[in-house]
Design a protein. Structure first.
Lengths: 78, 174
């Protein structure tokens, strides 16, 4: 049987240290938070990549003298 | 200014899901937290996250990132992003190093914090972050949780210092 994850608690006023097993609810909450954080990180990376792609496209079109889309033009407005 | 070690904690052989620094004395001016972490994620690195008073969401951060290949900036909200932790595929026996400064932690206003965080990895890709954060809560900070969602491995450590204003901690600054 796998051991349950634990949290290390330090009482900074008394110095007392305790190791407490996570409850099932805490484990589930932690797993959900990790999944959400990972999904959010991936979304942020995708958003950054999409923005860079728009900028690259806008730059290429400017150099070639082609019209930009509204989305591409937005990337040039500070 | 005087810096006093409040607590230093090191993770034992079984690892730990998180570290909770609880019942932080309210007698200092600022807090300074130094963290050394390696976790069990099957990747080179993971986000380092901290929470105040058990609150996981009232955070907003801006960061500068150097990945080893490029520089970037970004915004992260809704979690206490504090930098980077070494994951378990980074060079063996390496740990991340993060220093977090939390001024006026007993204030009745929103709190700010800043973090200087580096991964350690014998590879081109090794990240470093400078983070400016805000915790939108008026409660005094009484506890800090270090929890990235991955297991903290043996020898991870956290040292919490209290910083007192004044040149020797007893001088009144006005």
């Amino acid at each position: 049987m796998a051991t349950k994850p634990t949290k290390l608690i330090v009482n900074c006023s008394t110095g007392e240290r305790t190791v407490v097993e996570l409850t099932a609810a805490e484990i589930a909450e932690r797993e959900q938070m990790a999944q959400e954080a990972e999904a959010q990180r991936l979304a942020e990376e995708q958003a950054a990549a999409d923005l860079q792609a728009l900028k690259d496209s806008a730059k290429a079109k400017l150099i070639a003298g082609e019209p930009l889309t509204a989305e591409e033009a937005d990337t040039l407005v500070l | 200014m005087k810096k006093t070690l409040i607590e230093r904690i090191e993770v034992g052989s079984g690892g730990a899901a998180s570290i909770l620094l609880d019942a932080i004395p309210q007698t200092y001016t600022d807090l300074y937290l130094v963290i050394s972490i390696r976790n069990n994620r099957s990747a080179a690195a993971a986000e380092e996250k901290i929470y105040f008073n058990g609150n996981t969401s009232n955070f907003s951060t801006r960061y500068l990132e150097g990945s080893g290949a490029a520089a970037a900036t970004g915004v992260i909200s809704g979690r206490g992003f504090a930098g980077v932790e070494v994951g378990n595929t980074s060079t063996a026996n390496t740990f991340s190093s993060t220093a977090i400064y939390i001024p006026n932690y007993t204030s009745g206003n929103a709190k700010s914090f800043s973090s200087d965080s580096v991964q350690e990895n014998n590879a081109t890709a090794s990240a470093q972050y400078l983070v400016a954060g805000r915790w939108s809560d008026t409660a005094a900070i009484t506890s800090i949780t270090i929890d990235s969602g991955f297991t903290l491995l043996e020898y991870c450590s956290a040292s919490l210092y209290g910083v007192t204003a004044g040149n020797d901690g007893t001088t009144t600054v006005s």
